[in-house]
Design a protein around this ligand. Structure first.
Ligand SMILES: Nc1ncnc2c1ncn2[C@@H]1O[C@H](COP(=O)(O)OP(=O)(O)OP(=O)(O)O)[C@@H](O)[C@H]1O
Length: 291
């Protein structure tokens, strides 16, 4: 299974949320990275058949969005950004309810699937606990469990790591990584760290467009020799930060460590740094082309 998106556009009134977007998504974990308001949720909703595009084409293998939506819903599991859980139900009861809504009618089939998904998200031992007792990470794992019911080939998650503490975030990402071994897992996020450690491929989105699609390593290769770091005082820092090639700043013991984008030494004492994904993200979002 793969997803082919061609010239996809979505307008809300006069606002272009997506503009002629092209993406090709194969199996594995695919990260969709972009600032808030950039159109990620709109794209996820379109892929989950919850919203129609204004124009363009989306194919899931042979299935065409808009024509084969009933079939597409069987191959797609979706964890929305704002996901309501029934606090009074146990994890198991909630999944049973969703399984019925998904049309898994036979109680034996339902039980088998619920057992399997609870194992997959590592919640089997908490199945009899009420959802109101679950931590943020456990709630997101129930969210993935419901998306997995029906055994879809594609799992779409919209900003699933927001609100998780660092440990939960890492565990959650690892779990998505395991699920992506034999599926497409789409992870939308504005957190660079989510992508850095877990995605085999990524797209960087900004203002309804895709600025880059490919492997994280490709992006890092393109940044090689262009990222410089320098330690400066407060006044120098303010000066550099006002320039277009400024990437990021970190407070250190003897001042501020700045990272800047440049084809040659930007200032005397700057040294060449090993580029990271955040550098690439900041450069692309800042309007620099990285070829
Ligand atoms: N139903 C709507 N009507 C009008 N404008 C909308 C609607 N939904 C989204 N938008 C606008 O479209 C743009 C893209 O929104 P979208 O929610 O897809 O972005 P996003 O990248 O997912 O951001 P966030 O993480 O904040 O949800 C935003 O400017 C948003 O205000």
């Amino acid at each position: 299974m793969n997803i082919q998106i061609k010239n996809l556009s979505k307008k809300y009134g006069n606002h272009h949320a997506l503009s002629q977007l092209n993406l090709s998504i194969g199996s594995g974990m695919f990260g969709l990275l972009g600032p808030n308001g950039t159109g990620k949720t709109t794209l996820m909703k379109i892929l989950a058949t919850l919203q129609a595009p204004s124009s363009g084409e989306v194919r899931f293998g042979e299935l065409l969005l808009g024509k084969d939506d009933h079939e597409i819903r069987k191959v797609v599991g979706y964890l929305p950004q704002h996901f309501g859980l029934y606090e009074r139900l146990t994890g198991e009861e909630f999944l049973d309810y969703i399984a019925i809504l998904k049309g898994i009618r036979h109680p034996v089939h339902r039980k088998k699937q619920i057992d399997a998904v609870l194992e997959e998200v590592n919640l089997a031992d908490k199945r009899k606990f009420k959802i109101r007792t679950y931590s943020g990470g456990m709630r997101q794992r129930v969210g993935i469990a419901q998306a997995l019911l029906g055994n879809p080939q594609i799992i779409i998650t919209d900003e699933p790591t927001v609100g998780l503490d660092p440990e939960e975030r890492i565990r959650f990402r690892n779990m998505l990584g395991e699920l992506s071994v034999d599926r497409i897992v789409l992870l939308s996020t504005h957190i660079v760290g989510d992508i850095e450690t877990s995605c085999t491929e990524l797209a960087i989105m900004h203002a309804g467009n895709v600025l880059f699609q490919g492997q994280p390593e490709t992006l890092l290769d393109r940044m090689e020799g262009k990222v410089w770091t320098t330690i400066v005082n407060k006044q120098e820092s303010a000066e550099i930060r006002s320039k277009k090639n400024f990437l990021s700043q970190r407070t250190v013991q003897n001042g501020y460590e700045l990272r800047v984008l440049s084809d040659e030494t930007p200032i005397g004492q700057a040294v060449l740094a090993s580029p990271n994904l955040e550098d690439a993200y900041m450069a692309l979002i800042g309007g620099h082309s990285i070829e």
